[in-house]
Design a binder for this molecule. Structure first.
Ligand code: PSV
Ligand code: MN
Length: 388
């Protein structure tokens, strides 16, 4: 199979990738945060920028919010603003990593007052979800310890369960909780949710509305991430992806930039496990554009996901199954590599044009004048940044 069939194209037409509001703000490292002309000053401007990505690609119909970074007085107005721009509000991300009280933990804290404060923050996030119509509450915890002996890991795990249980109980019938894991950072010795197994154990103890979030940057080098994708889909607990790519640690680079083959292998398993376009699995980006322009950075990202999805769809699964059954190692590998090495870009460009989209969304955005317009209009005020 070397060409996209009508069925493949309708699968691709249904693909939806959620954008992170924070990708449009300034971000950086602990050394420097560089600013860019035209950077949004508030969540309204972030949503307007996200809508540009959707406008040129038809791939990104929703925007995830991070609370309190994107807190507003009136979520109805924000919701209408998103509607007016042709996108909708998506996942609500909680944030318990920037408050002095959480220095030694939040949902795992041994001080009941602080633990309750962190629980209450999540309950407030669910109130926001009610107002925005969001389905998912995404929880990532910056909790752990830096030195052996610093903490009792076991009781922290028990308190984490109790806290998550309280949050879970407050979810509406159509709402979900997704628990993200990360093997290190900011804690260096132990992390309270370091891996998919811990996330799985915690969410399985809550119930069907709790799922695992897999951030592709949150694994040790060399981890076979597609195996984890396969396993979570098999267990019915893959709730969402945070797509990005990494060379060293949690680099938050453009998805598919560091290792396109890994992205392909992940998408092969997504399709194999029935996760593509499944309502159970939210496909999100979690990226920060430190030095590159943000809107084109997001356009490049969603196109990378689309291209790798197309290549994964081209995999001749019947031929692969036959080669596997015959223990023909080299043939099986060659069949997989054939799909990966197919250049789908001309096909996708022609298909975009047929649908009234620009053949080259990057060029269309550059020619649109939007970047120049926001640079001249957004003068004054405080540019949004990671953490504001
Ligand atoms: C943590 O590294 C993380 O991946 C979580 O998803 C946070 O919400 C996000 O990054 C913040 O940038
Ligand atoms: Mn993430």
């Amino acid at each position: 199979m070397s060409t996209l069939t009508a069925e493949h194209l309708s699968t691709l037409a249904a693909q939806a990738i959620e954008l992170p509001s924070w990708a449009f703000g300034n971000s950086g490292t602990r050394f420097r945060v560089f600013s860019t002309a035209g950077t949004p000053r508030d969540p309204f401007e972030k949503i307007a920028d996200a809508a540009q990505v959707h406008r040129h690609t038809a791939l990104a119909p929703s925007v995830a919010l991070h609370i309190p970074w994107d807190a507003v007085d009136d979520y109805d107005t924000l919701r209408r603003h998103a509607d007016d721009h042709g996108v909708r509000l998506g996942t609500i991300n909680s944030n318990t990593f920037q408050d002095e009280d959480y220095k030694f933990g939040a949902l795992t804290h041994h001080d009941e007052k602080i633990r309750q404060k962190a629980i209450d923050h999540h309950l407030a996030c669910i109130d926001i979800m009610d107002a925005t119509g969001s389905r998912d509450l995404k929880i990532w915890l910056a909790e752990g310890s830096n030195y052996p002996g610093q903490n009792d890991m076991r009781s922290r795990q028990d308190r984490l369960h109790d806290s998550l249980q309280e949050i879970y109980t407050r979810l509406g019938d159509d709402q979900r909780l997704v628990l993200e894991y990360k093997f290190f950072e900011p804690a260096f010795y132990h992390t309270d949710v370091p891996d998919w197994g811990t996330s799985y154990v915690q969410v399985a103890a809550l119930g069907k509305k709790a799922m695992v979030c897999l951030d592709t940057g949150h694994h040790a080098p060399g981890t076979n991430i597609e195996f984890i994708v396969m396993q979570l889909l098999r267990l019915g607990r893959l709730g969402s992806f945070d797509f990005n790519s990494r060379f060293y640690a949690d680099d938050d680079l453009i998805v598919g930039a560091a290792d396109p083959f890994q992205l392909f292998r992940i998408l092969v398993e997504v399709i194999r496990g029935g996760g593509l376009n499944s309502p159970d699995v939210a496909f999100m980006l979690d990226q920060c554009h430190n030095i590159e322009d943000k809107i084109p950075g997001q356009i490049r990202s969603v196109l990378n996901v689309q291209e790798m999805t197309a290549r994964a769809l081209l995999l001749d699964r019947d031929a692969l199954a036959a080669a596997q059954a015959a223990n023909d190692v080299l043939a099986a590998n060659a069949i997989l590599m054939d799909a990966f090495q197919t250049d789908v870009r001309p096909l996708l460009a022609a298909w975009r044009e047929e649908r009234g989209l620009p053949a080259d969304p990057m060029a269309a955005y550059a020619a649109s004048g939007y970047a120049e317009r926001i640079a001249s209009e957004r003068v004054g005020g405080m540019q949004a940044g990671w953490g504001a």
